[in-house]
Design a protein around this ligand. Structure first.
Ligand code: C2E
Ligand code: MG
Ligand code: MG
Length: 408
């Protein structure tokens, strides 16, 4: 590949044409290897290669870079639209089900793109920049592809700065929690709260959890901060801040990799004589992508303690229905993206109605997140929803606002 890129660069210099390097990284490939074995992983890689080569022109080159990474060299690019069209086509093709020895496998791909000469003039530089762009595509988790931009390196620097600040944030007491009520729309009673982490830093000011939580995860600090969060909730419960109501705490998949995870949580609850039934843990299905069996076991341990388990962000990712029967899930949280303007989308309504029907049969509680408007609320009410967490009732509250809220 390096040789072909160098050769193409030499040609492009003469013809004054552009060329594109695409860096592809499969999503969830590790889960396939873990769950189905390396033989199946190998077969999957071959099928991916077949799909890729069938989409490209004779003059393009595709190579496997190692693991689940592929690099594609595309020569003679005249405009970006053509490239975007092809990239989207690739993403669609690789998102289609794969059938491997009668097993259905669903993966997906993230693609980063660097262009010669705009984003580099050597194979090293182009591949490195396409890789950086791929990384951003994966993080953004939206379209699945990203062109390299010169400010990405600056963003990288900023991320390192954030990480440096986060290292001392616990010690400097820069974290605090806010609590968003979950409300029964019929009785208007609050049935519990979700604890949400906030970070106020002297240098960066208020930073959104969407920005700093991934940094906590990458740096491993999430374990320490996650434990602090549990400790803080336990303290507030001891102060009788929430009466008897249940408080839910978000857990990151990374915390499940910590071998002491369960013991630490158990000790925290036991030492403080908190009833585990007052605590709920929210997890996302990305947890299951990581290592299904071990994650399942840890969830069961928490469940045996008598903590409740909620599946968060349902409707955004893979949304596998089988999790509801295979795992000890008490609560399903339907994501906001599914609810926004639901009154205008009959298909979303049909889906929500079916989800509500199914969860009722399975005796799983459904919480509808992100309800903001009267129209959304009325629609949800008609469809049979009853528990709401959203700005319609309340934004997340500071701890000193809770007693007032509960008096209403
Ligand atoms: P999440 O767990 O799905 O939390 C719900 C998010 O939706 C919260 O954002 C909440 O403020 C927001 N939200 C609720 N109702 C509405 C609404 O009506 N409209 C709009 N626009 N937004 C609404 P927040 O606090 O920014 O948290 C974002 C995400 O960060 C959370 O999503 C969760 O995944 C993560 N997160 C927050 N705190 C923690 C934590 O302590 N630990 C971990 N691991 N993740 C956390
Ligand atoms: Mg949550
Ligand atoms: Mg959620």
């Amino acid at each position: 590949m390096h040789d072909r890129i160098d050769h193409s660069i030499a040609m492009a210099v003469r013809s004054k044409k552009k060329l594109a390097i695409m860096f592809l990284d499969l999503n969830r490939f590790k889960a396939v290897n873990d769950r189905l074995g390396h033989d199946m992983g190998d077969k999957l890689l071959k099928q991916v290669s077949d799909r890729l080569t069938s989409m490209l022109r004779e003059t393009d080159t595709v190579c496997r870079n190692g693991g689940d990474e592929f690099i594609i060299l595309m020569e003679c690019i005249s405009h970006n639209e053509e490239l975007i069209k092809l990239t989207k086509h690739m993403i669609n093709e690789l998102s289609r089900l794969f059938l491997i020895d009668k097993q259905e496998v669903n993966i997906g791909v993230s693609i980063g793109i660097a262009i010669y000469p705009d984003n580099g003039t050597s194979h090293t530089e182009l591949i490195k920049n396409a890789d950086t762009a791929m990384y951003q595509a994966k993080e953004a988790n939206t379209t699945g592809y990203q062109f390299y931009a010169n400010n990405m390196s600056t963003e990288m620097m900023e991320r390192l700065e954030i990480e440096a600040q986060l290292h001392s944030a616990l010690e400097n007491k820069e974290f605090y929690l806010v609590y968003q009520p979950k409300v029964d729309l019929h009785s208007r009673q609050t049935i519990g709260f979700e604890a949400l982490l906030r970070w106020q830093n002297p240098k960066f000011g208020f930073v959104s959890p969407a920005t700093f939580i991934p940094v906590l995860e990458r740096s491993g600090l999430i374990n320490e901060v996650g434990l602090w969060t549990i400790h803080e909730v336990v303290e507030q419960i001891k102060n009788n801040c929430f009466k008897e109501l249940m408080i839910s705490i978000n857990l990151s998949p990374l915390q499940f990799r910590n071998p002491h995870f369960f013991e630490e949580i158990k000790a925290e609850l036991k030492n403080n004589q908190i009833s585990p039934s007052q605590i709920e843990f929210e997890v996302t299905e990305s947890l299951m992508m990581d290592n299904f069996e071990s994650s399942k076991e840890k969830l069961q341990q928490l469940h045996h303690l008598d903590c409740s388990i909620a599946l968060d962000d349902f409707g955004t990712g893979y949304s596998s229905l089988s999790y509801l029967t295979q795992l000890p899930i008490d609560v399903l949280k339907v994501d906001r993206s599914f609810i926004t303007n639901i009154d205008q989308y009959p298909q979303q309504q049909a889906m929500l109605e079916s989800i509500l029907f199914m969860t009722k049969k399975l005796q799983v509680t459904t919480i509808i997140e992100g309800v903001e408007t009267d129209e959304e609320l009325n629609e949800i009410k008609q469809l049979g929803g009853s528990i709401i967490q959203g700005y319609y009732f309340s934004k997340p509250l500071k701890d000193n606002e809770i007693s007032n809220w509960l008096k209403i």
